[in-house]
Design a protein. Sequence first.
Length: 259
Amino acid sequence: MNAQATTTTAHPSLRGRTVLVTGALGGLGTAIVDAFAASEARVAVHHLGQAGEAAERVRRLTEAGTAAMAVEADITDWDAVEGMVARVGSELGPIDVLVNNAGYMAPGRLAEISLEEWRKTLTVDLDGVFLCSRHVLGSMLERGAGVIVNVSSQLAFKGARDYVSYCAAKAGVAGLTRALAREVGPAVRVNAIAPGPVDTPFITPWATEEWKRERTGDLVIGRLATPEEIAPTVAFLASDDAALYHGQVLHLNGGGVMA
Ligand SMILES: NC(=O)c1ccc[n+]([C@@H]2O[C@H](COP(=O)([O-])OP(=O)(O)OC[C@H]3O[C@@H](n4cnc5c(N)ncnc54)[C@H](O)[C@@H]3O)[C@@H](O)[C@H]2O)c1
């Protein structure tokens, strides 16, 4: 049977914790916010250039009883990220959980892409994780507690001939995760997930039927995952139930890379 998860487990340890989810209006981000809301966490909904949509999202979350706010920042910009973290801290409370979810992918082979295209992916996917982590860590370390969950990708481990910059950036995220876990643990726990292909707007530009077949053919589940199947693992990693997880990259990919 090809079952897809539809329920979200609430984690009592997340109740009242302040969570910043980057790229929170995207496919995965939306489901991740829902997973934290289900555990009664306080959620900062990060976006870039989607103020109206973010305000509407916060209105709906608040109406449903979730403490929420919208924050905008280009995650590649030091000052913007610093300002965002300060705003969340003063309006929602010091950040207990950071989910580095925002990301960018563009196709391109090494023999063909320009330095500019290479850097754009590296800057969003890797600098973004560095900058957001850099700015939340001070307060987490001062308080002696915190959790960071990074979003890597299965492609960091299996490679993909048309996505050299993305594979490199997401492998960097896995490396950063392990190094940072050793640097700031055990007070701050740092882990990552490495999803396989997920049905979100991220893949829409090139997700022809042939592309989907190619990407799912070697998965045990033989299909794209849904964001709702990924989000519960993020909430779990952020919760106290994951106390033994430090520097791990969880391969929730439907049986692509088996690590
Ligand atoms: N969809 C997949 O198949 C898949 C698979 C593995 C990993 N991922 C990763 O999951 C994460 C979420 O992806 P998604 O599928 O929900 O995609 P999405 O396109 O729906 O969301 C990505 C979000 O990142 C934000 N973003 C991009 N550049 C930014 C910047 N400079 N500053 C601030 N925000 C920026 C976008 O606004 C968007 O909301 C990404 O890190 C992606 O690499 C996705």
